[in-house]
Design a protein around this ligand. Structure first.
Ligand code: ARG
Length: 497
């Protein structure tokens, strides 16, 4: 069709919409004239429908490794996963949040060996992660590899001493991670980590054998993925040890059976893309159609002031420190801006942590991002505090009261952008969910904040005239939308700051 014919078609369709006054066509263009009053009235006439029973989604998220620092990658996984979880819940799905803790593997043999040689109980109790990491690093320099292997063998055989040390490492690590989860406001439905699948792998290996999928390769057992143009998936090493992939296979089957998921997501960094391709391919080869419902939600790296965070080089930045530094800085700002704020510590944490989360989620998750504390915490620009502050502003105008929208009133020019932006809330959430991309919500909430702040600077909202109820209704709707978006972004919305 020619552009002109298309424009005429658009004219026919849009002319039937009540909130559109007229559509005039000039060549290949269609100019749409809104009836602002009807547009605003229809926005406020809409009833919110609650959707339920959309099925179950399991989300593998966070999943740190015990005895190792909680990395920026794990932080990204936690908040991207949590945001996607909230998007699903909002659209009527049941969500199972799974923390697939890295708690098995040969490294724990090394750690046990190192602890037996150099460990001090009190030191580990005082600062578990730092101390266990030190032992691990020292083992790599001075330890006896064979001792490490021997202790892992003991662990796998169920040796009591080995098991009780491993359990202890696990419990001190988990309670240290718990502090981070509490700060972030994230909880999990399952902490079944890698070790949980120890007794579930044999069945998987038998299934693979049954389907004639296992091949010998240099003494190891692999599933060849030639047809898929992927390297073979390693299932069992020549010494009989199972691997990360073997445990993930068992986990995938277990989750399907246990949760009957309609979708199974894995929020894990870009660097594991190949692993998840292989995992999916092996499940497909086992004849399970639901492999199509498995999706790797990948993301890029977060660099701290330009530096990559790494455990091996020992240049470790502890996430706890970053979070408390952000909180301290936020508190300092608040002391300057609002010295009489009563619950300053609590709000400072909400603002400091919210700033870090927003800075993460506003970017397309697949990109690497740079992180600077100062930039993140600015109250102007595209930041978490800016959105939180806008929410505070709207709240201070409406205080959670309800107002009666009056139909038929004219819409002020300054308010129009707010109505238009508000009207896009629902489609924005759906779009963010469909592409598993919280940055769509973050971008939206920024544009809503900007629209409101422009309106606010041009209008005397509380002026007592016949439009007052409608202005307050609008501010209230914006307040609710800001709060909802902040929630979807795993950010608190304080009422004062
Ligand atoms: N523990 C792994 C790591 O830190 C992430 C685990 C992701 N989940 C999974 N099912 N493989 O790299």
């Amino acid at each position: 069709m020619s552009p002109h014919v298309i424009a005429l078609r658009v004219q026919t369709i849009l002319s039937a919409v009540t909130s559109i006054d007229e559509v005039d066509v000039i060549g290949g263009y269609a100019n749409v004239h809104f009836n602002r009053t009807a547009f605003a009235d229809s926005l406020f006439a809409k009833k919110k429908e609650t959707i339920t029973n959309q099925g179950t989604v399991s989300i593998d998220m966070s999943s740190p490794n015990i005895a190792k620092p909680f990395s920026m990658g794990h932080l990204r996984s936690t908040i991207i996963g949590e945001s996607i979880a909230r998007l699903y819940e909002q659209q009527g799905y049941t969500v199972i949040r799974i923390n697939h803790i890295g708690d098995w593997g040969t490294q724990f043999g090394k750690l046990i060996a190192a602890y037996k040689q150099w460990g001090v109980k009190e030191e580990v109790e005082k600062a578990p992660i730092q101390e266990l990491l030190k032992l691990y690093v020292r083992f790599h320099k001075e330890g006896d590899e064979a001792e490490g292997r021997r202790w892992f063998y003991e662990l796998e055989q169920g040796n009591e001493e080995a098991l009780s040390l491993w359990k202890w490492f696990k419990s001190v690590s988990l309670s240290s991670f718990q502090g981070i989860y509490t700060t972030l406001g994230v909880t999990f439905d399952s902490y079944d980590g890698e070790s949980f699948y120890n007794d579930k792998m044999q069945a998987v290996i038998e299934k693979l054998e049954h389907h004639h999928l296992l091949e010998q390769s240099e003494g190891a057992q692999v599933v060849s993925l030639n047809q898929e143009h992927l390297p073979p998936c390693l299932i069992k090493k020549s010494d009989g040890a199972t691997l990360y992939a073997t445990r993930d296979l068992a986990a995938a089957l277990y989750r399907k059976q246990m949760y009957q998921f309609t979708r199974s997501l894995y929020v894990v960094g870009n660097e594991q893309t190949l692993h998840f391709k292989q995992l999916k391919a092996v499940i497909r080869k086992l004849g399970y159609g639901w492999s199509e419902k498995m999706e790797h939600i990948n993301f890029g790296m977060m660099r701290l002031e330009g530096k990559k965070m790494s455990t091996r080089k020992g240049s470790v930045v502890y996430l706890d420190d970053v979070l408390s530094e952000a909180t301290a800085l936020a508190e300092q700002y608040m002391q300057e801006k609002n010295p009489s704020l009563p619950n300053r510590k609590e709000v400072a944490s909400q603002v400091g942590v919210g700033a870090i989360i927003f800075n993460d989620l506003k970017n397309d998750r697949r990109n690497d991002i740079d992180f600077s504390l100062e930039d993140t915490l600015r109250f102007e620009g595209e930041t978490g505090p800016y959105v939180q502050y806008t929410h505070v502003r709207t709240y201070s105008l409406v205080h959670g009261q309800t107002f009666m929208w009056q139909n038929g009133q004219s819409v002020e020019d300054e308010a129009w952008e707010c109505f238009v932006t508000l009207s896009k809330l629902e489609e924005t959430i759906v779009r963010a969910l469909n592409s598993h991309d919280p940055s769509i919500v973050a971008r939206y909430v920024l544009s809503l904040s900007q629209a409101f702040n422009r309106y606010y600077s041009q209008t005397h909202i509380l002026k007592d005239d016949d439009q007052l109820q409608n202005r307050l209704s609008l501010v209230d709707a914006i307040n609710v939308a800001l709060k909802q978006c902040l929630h979807l972004l795993v950010i608190e919305a304080p009422k004062k700051m």
